[in-house]
Design a protein around this ligand. Structure first.
Ligand SMILES: C[S@@+](CC[C@H](N)C(=O)[O-])C[C@H]1O[C@@H](n2cnc3c(N)ncnc32)[C@H](O)[C@@H]1O
Length: 293
């Protein structure tokens, strides 16, 4: 497999162990990204097909451009759409039910590393953070036009940031002098309010909040989870990897409330110490699994 394409997939073996209940059929990957999970599964299970969602066109383009991945093309059906529209996409494909579904939420390392996308606070990129670039609203628009209360609400609700008010005030004060254009500019403003602590950048929660808001990440997750019992075959599973408590809470509660689902892991599954050392992104990952009754 080509390393340039390959995103180091989080909890790959745990995902495989819980997701694959039969070695033939249709599986959905809600978040194809760099294809780390999907391509591993396609390689190992020769009789499965994957319906792969990603709302970012780069994901599909990179896959198509890679000659080494041609062998998988007849077993992947790409849906360049938000996974919240999963029912509609399956209907359009004439697929009534699937044999498993996985989601590995958030942004990929490729998106974070691509400075032009404006996801990462260590860059001079214009504030953007849209996963789907057909959407209009960018981080630049929010930071430069939303009022103080709305900014503070976003930072608190989606970043659980305890300095929300002060940071919102600082942003409004700074933008009078000139618009806040880049990720670095925003980070520097946050650092004027919050002390720089070891390891974790003080702007982490603010960037997380903006990204979640812009991409309506929690709303999309909820809609997709509401669909799973309608699209899964009996005894098939949904395997969801989350990276922060807001997402994990939604998955935990939705699984619990849905009477058509059985929770497979009472205790949330986390990455091993070895994986965390090799892939720091797995540090905050939580895996939950439910089975269609
Ligand atoms: C963490 S990455 C997935 C990485 C992938 N599992 C791998 O190993 O390469 C998440 C991907 O899901 C996509 N994504 C996030 N939310 C989405 C949504 N609501 N609908 C469709 N795609 C989404 C992002 O664009 C990103 O490419």
């Amino acid at each position: 497999m080509d390393d340039k394409f390959y995103h180091l997939p989080v909890m790959l073996h745990e995902v495989e162990r819980y997701l694959i209940t039969k070695d033939i059929g249709y599986y959905v990957d809600c978040t194809f990204g760099g294809g780390g999970h999907s391509l591993f599964l396609l390689k190992k299970y020769k009789n499965i097909k994957i319906i792969a969602f990603d709302q970012d066109t780069d994901s599909l383009t990179k896959f198509n451009e890679n000659k080494n991945l041609q062998e998988f093309k007849n077993r992947i059906i790409f849906c360049n759409d938000n996974f919240k529209n999963i029912e509609k996409n399956l209907k359009d494909l004439n697929i009534e039910k699937v044999d498993g579904l996985m989601a590995d939420l958030g942004v990929s390392s490729k998106q974070l590393d691509n400075k032009e996308r404006g996801f990462s606070f260590n860059s001079d990129a214009i504030l953007d953070m849209r996963m789907n670039r057909k959407n209009n609203l960018t981080a630049y628009d929010i930071v430069n036009s939303f009022d103080k209360d709305k900014l503070s609400e976003i930072f608190f609700k989606y970043g659980e940031e305890s300095f929300s008010k002060q940071i919102a005030e600082k942003i409004v004060e700074q933008r009078i002098k000139g618009s806040i254009k880049t990720c670095n500019q925003l980070k520097d403003i946050v650092c004027k309010v919050k002390l720089v602590k070891r390891k974790i950048n003080p702007a982490t929660k603010i960037f997380q909040a903006l990204r979640i808001y812009i991409n309506d990440e929690l709303g999309s997750l909820q809609e997709m989870l509401n669909s799973i019992s309608k699209i899964l075959n009996t005894n098939s599973r949904a395997v969801i990897l989350t990276y922060h408590s807001l997402e994990d809470r939604i998955v935990k509660q939705t699984f619990k409330q849905n009477k058509e689902l059985k929770i497979i892991n009472k205790k949330v599954i986390i990455a091993s110490d070895k994986e965390i050392k090799e892939n720091p992104r797995s540090r905050s990952a939580k895996l939950r699994v439910a089975e269609k009754l």
